[in-house]
Design a protein around this ligand. Structure first.
Ligand code: SER
Length: 389
């Protein structure tokens, strides 16, 4: 099953069960929402509706939402983490409850996607001093014969210190080459694919929980992870999502496997962020993009500083923009990438020169770092990359 088929199967499954597909999948949070710089999960644009505002398309929704997470940046290069990824999501806005969602989820994974039921493990909220254990999810998994591990923190979902939250049940698939063993928290060959959150609380500024006006279900499943598991590949980078990158990147730059993965992920993410209208800058979203580009250029130049993003074929940029249904032309994206590359190259050269001055020969203290930043525009992380402590 290729990525397109996986998306279609997911969306149609929920449409057949009364869900309406919502569009609007940009990485930009909805207007007026300044709680995050980028959309980090499928539910994020739906926050007002989870809090009770009626949604124009009704109480059952399904979509594919692109998301960006910088919290996992250091993990990119491993088999499962990406900076920009897509999340398949389904919602009940005060309609059906968690057990129904889990039953459908299990049915779709096993019947729809053909996953062997023996490869599935679930985790369930075990209860804390404020909210009791999630017995209804336990019952569903018991009926289905799926083994369950109870946790507390890992099975509580929120999108920040305040806002909608609630207990969740996460579905894991076995990725090892031995028969399944151990449990999700004990063995990382159990990979989390689908999270079903019973979103029925709001956390206030003082940390207290109040019930939301309605009991919702919010589910999210990482598309690339699912695809890689269904295609039996050992990482998301071997799945068809990265097919063209794997074909073309090794011919461009002779780098090791991890660097190849980081370059592919960061470049693809940078294209998507630019395609959603962000320019590199020194604050907010622009700075996230700038940091992403500096990370990828640092990897690219590690062995050979003459390498350039000018070598990147338009085909890869176009392929990415098409996949994410973005209107910007590949040439415009390329120009932004190259301008940022030139800028970073100039900054590095200037930084190297300045750091040869006698004043900076010893260890750098806070005052030096401030001076380098304020007077010469050299950010702390850049100075640190030129002169590790
Ligand atoms: N909000 C949940 C998550 O991000 C499910 O969509 O995992």
């Amino acid at each position: 099953m290729n990525t397109e088929n996986v998306v279609r199967t997911f969306v149609e499954y929920f449409e057949e069960r009364g869900h309406r597909r919502i569009t609007g999948s940009t990485l930009m949070p909805p207007p007026g929402d300044d709680s995050v710089l980028f959309t980090t999960s499928g539910m994020h644009p739906l926050t007002p509706y989870l809090e009770g505002r009626p949604h124009p398309l009704g109480r059952r929704l399904v979509n594919v939402q692109r998301c960006l997470r910088t919290t996992d940046l250091e993990e990119v290069g491993d088999p499962t983490h990406l900076t920009v990824f897509e999340m398949l999501g389904s919602w009940s806005l005060g309609d059906y409850e968690g057990p129904q969602s889990l039953r459908w989820g299990y049915d779709l994974l096993t019947d729809g996607f053909g996953i062997d039921p023996r490869m599935i493990y679930a985790t369930v909220f075990g209860g804390d001093d404020r909210v009791g254990p999630d017995t209804s999810s336990l019952e569903v998994w018991g009926e289905a014969g799926v083994p369950v591990e109870l946790t507390v923190e890992d099975n509580w979902w929120d999108n920040g210190p305040t806002g909608p939250c609630g207990p969740d049940s996460e579905i894991f698939l076995w990725t090892g080459d031995t028969p399944p063993q151990s449990t999700p928290t004990q063995d990382e060959r159990w990979v989390e694919v689908w999270n079903h959150v019973t979103m029925r609380f709001r956390r206030l500024d003082d940390g207290s929980l109040v019930p939301l006006p309605q009991r919702n279900v919010d589910t999210g499943m990482g598309l690339e992870r699912l695809v890689s598991l269904l295609q039996g590949t050992s990482s998301v980078f071997e799945s068809d999502v990265f097919g063209l990158w794997r074909l073309l990147v090794p011919g461009l730059w002779d780098v090791d496997e991890t660097s190849q993965r980081i370059l592919s992920d960061h470049l693809r993410s940078a294209v998507v962020v630019i395609g959603d209208g962000v320019l590199p800058g020194n604050t907010g979203r622009g700075y996230v993009l700038r940091r992403l580009m500096r990370r990828l250029l640092t990897v690219l130049w590690r062995e050979d500083p003459t390498r350039t993003l000018g070598d990147l074929p338009d085909q890869l940029i176009r392929h990415t923009l098409d996949h994410f249904r973005q209107d910007m032309g590949p040439m415009a994206v390329r120009e932004i990438l190259l301008e940022e590359e030139r800028r970073f190259r100039r900054l590095l050269e200037r930084g190297r020169q300045i750091l040869t001055r006698p004043r900076f020969q010893g260890p750098l203290d806070e005052e030096d770092l401030h001076y380098l930043h304020d007077t010469h525009g050299l950010p702390r992380d850049l100075v640190r990359s030129l002169r590790p402590e």
